[in-house]
Design a protein around this ligand. Sequence first.
Ligand SMILES: [Fe+2]
Length: 544
Amino acid sequence: MPFVHQMNPTMVLNLLTALSLLISLSSVIVVAEIPTILDGPFKPVTVPLDQSFRGQAVDLPNSDPRLLAKLEQFDPEQISVSLSFNYDSVWISWITGEFQIGDNIEPLDPNSVASIVQFGEFGKPITEEAEGYSLVYSQLYPFQGLQNYTSGIIHHVRLSGLKPNTLYQYQCGDPNLAAMSGVHYFRTMPVSGPNSYPSRIAIAGDLGLTYNTTSTVNHMAINHPELFLLVGDVSYANLYLTNGTGSSCYSCSFSDTPIHETYQPRWDYWGRYIEPLISSVPIMVIEGNHEIELQAENQTFVSYSSRFAFPSEESGSSSTFYYSFNAGGVHFLMLGAYTSYNKSGDQYRWLERDLASVDREVTPWLVATWHPPWYSTYKAHYREAECMRVEMEDLLYKYGVDLVFNGHVHAYERSNRVYNYTLDPCGPVYITVGDGGNWEKMAITHADEPGNCPEPSTTPDDFMGGFCAFNFTSGPAAGKFCWDRQPDYSAFRESSFGHGILEVKNDTHALWTWHRNQDMYNAAGDQIYIVRQPEKCLVKPQDP
Ligand SMILES: [Fe+2]
C-alpha cells in the first residue's frame, strides 16, 4: 500500500479510527424490510409536497414530431394489443387512412381496406392469419363555427388458439394493398392457476399527453411490464376546442358554448405517441370522465368505445363500459363508473354473474378497477363516487376483492384494508394512481385540512348525478362530512406523478411498488406486500 507508506503515524491512527467508526456504524444499519399489509393497519402518513416539483405538466404541442403521421395512406398506425378473456386470445387494433377535421368531411369507407393479422410463434415462420372488422366514427358538433371530425379506419382483429406465456410475432394490415405493418411482438399471459402469474403489471391513470406523461411512460417501459392497465382518462382531447386551441383548465379559458368541444386529433396523437409501448405490451382501458365527449344526438364515449378493443363479449358483458378478464391467476374486474351501477341495472347483474363464476382455486386474486375512487382523502373529487360505493361495495366485499385501483384524483394514495369507511382485515386495499401526468393540475390539498372540507352539495359529479355522501355516523368523524386529520383508512398519500407495478408472487403475496417520475427508474416511492388471507376472509358466498 504505497499510500500508507507516505503517511505519518498520526495519520495512520486517524485513518484506523475512521475505519473502525465506519465499521461500527455499518453494523447498526439494517436493510429496511418491505412491509406487508399484515403489519398494518398503518398510522396514516402524508408525504409533504416536494416544493421543487410543482406538478406542472405541459401538453406536447400538436406539432411535436412524435404525434405526426409518418406513413402512407393505408399503412397501419396506432397499433395496439389488448387481451381477450383468457391467455389463448388477444386483440390487435390499428388505424389506416387519415382522419379529417373541418366543415366538409366525408367519412372513409371501412370496406376499402381489409383487417388482417398474420402471426406465429417467435422464431417460427408466420403461418397463421386472422381477419377482423373495421369501423369509422365521427365526432359531430352541429353548431356554427365548430369543426366536425371523422376518424381513420379503425381495425380490430381477434387472434385465438394461442399458447400461454409464449412470445408471438405479428404483422397487421391489408396484404392485397401491400400495406402491412412491420413485425411486432407480444407475449401471451400465463395459464390461469394459483402458481402462475405475469411478472409485472403496470398500472396508471389520468395519463394525458404531456411531457410528464412521457416521463411516466418512459419509467414504465424501463420496468418492462407484461400488461398495462390504464384506469381512465386517456388523451384529454376534451381540453381543446375544435380549432386545436387547448388549455390546462377548459372551463377557466373558454366561454360557455352549447356543447363542450373536443379536438379529436389529440386521440390520434396519443395513439401514435404510445404505439411503441402498446404494440407489444397489452393495454386494458376502462373509461374515465374525460372520455365522455358529448356530441350530436347526445352520443357519448364514442372515441373510447371505437378505438380500443375490449373483451366485453368474451366476458359476458354487452358493453364497452365494463368487462372482465384473466391474467394468469388474477381475475380483473373492469367496472364502469359512468354508466348505471345500480343494483337493478345491467352492469350490476353482469357483475353478480361474473363474480359467481370466478373459481378462486384457479384465479385466487380478485382485482377491481374503475375510474373515480371511493376512498380518496384529497379535496379534489372528495366522495364524488359515493352513490357507486353505496350500490356496489357490499358485493365486492362479499366476494373478497383483494385490491382496487382507481384514477381521477391526480395524486397517489394507498388505503389500509377498509370496508364501509371502517378498518376491516378482509376489506380491499384501495390504491389511487391518478398521477399519470396529464395537463390538469395535480391534487395537493386534502379534505381533512382546515378550511378544505368541501360543501357536501358540491361534491357529486354532474354526469354521474345523485347525492349519497352523508355525514359519517360513527367513528372519529361522526356527525361530520370530513375528518379533521388524515383518516384512519388512508395509509399513505403523496402528490407526485408516477405509475405503479404489481408483481404477484403466489396465491397469497403480491408486491406493489409505486414509482415517482422524479426518481431513478427502479426507486420506490411506496412499496408493500399485499397479503391475501383466504382462510380468514374467503367465506363462500351463499347462493341466493
Ligand atoms: Fe377523471
